[in-house]
Design a protein around this ligand. Structure first.
Ligand code: GUN
Ligand code: ZN
Length: 429
């Protein structure tokens, strides 16, 4: 067992923050050897329950759950900041050419290492991740994640039409490849597989139907796609699938909405779409830096809360502009003001934080596993230094409440705030 002493941030079952100014986190292996939180709380009481445990003390630091990024593209690491008038030309001019290089295993492996370094430097310990249509990209991602003992989810992108040579796949082979990757990687160590149709416009009916059949056959896998991000995209999807009630309803028609299904963006929705999300247990990955960068629109937080949709925060790198959860939370704060009808400034800082940790974990079906530091959770955490920059030092010292402290870090924080990211490892041998 190993214990870590610092201020400690956790969340209760209602998603409200629990903060111990002088806290202790006790970590140790479960029966299967997986490192989990054994105890957490105020130093005095937790230490008394574990006499003799080795304590690492980080004075002045804050231990918090590792962040959970609900939607990111590892092969787009190198196209952050590619300017475009909107989603569809951005895909054609930057994204597909960059992704075509991931047929090559060595390139995929090199970018995967950069990607994980960058995630961890920014305090992100789990992500639901797009690979590319090439099985080699999935293989490279899982091998690298496994070496680092990370909890990570990805899958081969399915796109058998309206896609250029180099990224377009073949309907039958794409489904064979998906199933063999599920069998090879899903539930191996802390890895999970996501069945990943890119978005409805780039898949044939046969490919979407096959994806839905695999989703029914392997109910523990995730489903991961995009929906209702951009007005031109919505119009195109409606033309291609005239029989569906809405763009979202296309996925429902192919059996692609269920628990563990996650759709990025969900901007151009009506209440029937929101109800369909809720009734099927499907979650939205809200990607505000991407939506602002590509001019896609504004996620309706009030609408999602009113109907009761599950959602969490996501970077959507490379449409998104930063790996940093602080950038994403701040952008969500800005977007939360748009169209707001209820009184108040925007979303509470602790709620932004929860939507990128415990709330994101809940939306992924991983509540109690990641995104929190309650006993039983896997023990991935970050150590934050609230004095990392001159402005953080001034502002966090003046915080009169937990909300003010969290907001100072959301507004002023970046990778410098994350002093270390800890993935407790099983002892060797
Ligand atoms: N829709 C289909 N593919 C993509 C993608 O790579 N990024 C974003 N933001 N939207 C998409
Ligand atoms: Zn995306």
């Amino acid at each position: 067992m190993q214990a870590y002493r610092a201020s400690l941030l956790r969340f209760d079952a209602a998603g409200q923050p629990v903060f111990d100014e002088d806290g202790l986190l006790v970590v140790g292996p479960d029966a299967a050897g997986r490192q989990r939180v054994q105890d957490a709380g105020a130093f005095a009481s937790v230490a008394a329950r574990h006499p003799g445990v080795a304590v690492t003390h980080w004075p002045g630091r804050i231990i918090a759950p590792g962040f959970v990024d609900m939607h990111i593209h590892f092969p787009q690491t190198d196209i952050i900041g590619a300017p475009s008038e909107g989603l569809l030309p951005w895909l054609e001019n930057y994204t597909f050419p960059a992704e075509s290089r991931f047929a090559e295993a060595a390139h995929a492996a090199e970018v995967a290492e950069v990607f994980f370094d960058e995630l961890l430097r920014n305090g992100v310990t789990t992500s639901l991740t797009f690979a590319t249509s090439h099985p080699a990209s999935v293989q490279a991602f899982f091998e690298a994640a496994q070496r680092r003992s990370l909890r990570m989810i990805t899958g081969k992108v399915l796109q058998d039409r309206h896609s250029p040579d180099g990224v377009r796949d073949q309907t039958e082979q794409s489904l064979i490849d998906t199933e063999s990757l599920i069998r090879r990687w899903h539930d191996v160590d802390r890895l999970g597989y996501a069945i990943t149709p890119r978005f409805a416009p780039t898949s044939t009916d046969a490919q979407l139907r096959g994806a839905g059949e695999l989703a029914a056959k392997y109910p523990g896998t995730w489903i991961h796609s995009h929906v209702a991000e951009n007005k031109d995209e919505v119009k195109w999807a409606r033309e291609l699938f005239p029989g569906a009630r809405s763009y979202l309803d296309v996925y429902q028609g192919f059996g692609l909405m269920r628990e563990r299904a996650v759709y990025a963006h969900c901007i151009h929705f009506d209440d029937d779409d929101r109800r369909l999300m809720r009734e099927t247990g499907t979650a939205a990955a809200v990607s505000p830096t991407s939506n602002l960068f590509l001019g896609s629109g504004f996620f309706d937080f009030e609408g999602a809360d009113r109907i009761g949709c599950a959602y969490g925060l996501a970077s959507d790198v490379g449409g998104g502009t930063s790996f940093s959860p602080f950038s994403t939370m701040l952008a969500a704060y800005y977007v939360g003001r748009e169209g707001q009808t209820k009184p108040g400034v925007s979303i509470a800082p602790s709620q932004l934080w929860w939507r990128h940790t415990g709330g994101a974990a809940r939306a992924l079906g991983l509540e109690g596993v990641i995104g929190n530091l309650q006993p039983g959770c896997e023990a991935d955490f970050v150590v934050l230094d609230p004095k990392a920059t001159p402005m953080l030092t001034r502002k966090t010292a003046r915080a009169d409440s937990l909300e003010e402290l969290l907001f100072a870090m959301i507004v002023l924080g970046d990778d410098r705030l994350v002093e270390r990211t800890v993935i407790p490892q099983a002892p060797a041998g």
